[in-house]
Write a protein of this length. Structure first.
Length: 125
């Protein structure tokens, strides 16, 4: 194998590793951006009483970016009404993300209650 071929293979490997890390960083930035914007929309534009006290704690994007799972916590003890209200408001929230963010494709949203955040709230000091 010639030096040029070895160098080319090494640079191709480095390029693919950088591309993989770059996609991961972009995904993390988008997740944080979606989380912030969802919380903003929930605070300002949503008037459903079942969504009072709902906070999005994190967002997970799928590998291809077509789906996003938003994890939430609720101030109330019963999270079922908030979960149902978030599912009803999912299309509205997605449309607000489309309006607010300069992203070409906005993922489909699903909502899950965040058990980790609630465990932290229940622990005594």
């Amino acid at each position: 194998m010639t030096k040029q071929r070895r160098w080319r293979r090494a640079s191709e490997r480095e390029g693919s590793e950088l591309a993989a890390r770059g996609a991961g960083l972009r995904s993390q930035r988008l997740e944080e951006l979606f989380r912030e914007e969802l919380n903003s929309v929930l605070d300002v534009e949503v008037s459903d009483p079942a969504l009072d006290g709902v906070r999005v704690t994190r967002v997970e994007l799928s590998g291809d970016g077509s789906r996003a799972r938003a994890w939430f916590v609720v101030d109330a003890l019963d999270a079922e009404p908030a979960s149902a209200a978030l599912e009803r408001a999912g299309r509205f929230l997605r449309s607000r993300l489309c309006d607010a963010l300069p992203v070409k494709r906005i993922p489909d949203l699903t909502f899950r209650q965040d058990p980790a955040a609630q465990l932290l709230e229940e622990e005594p000091p």
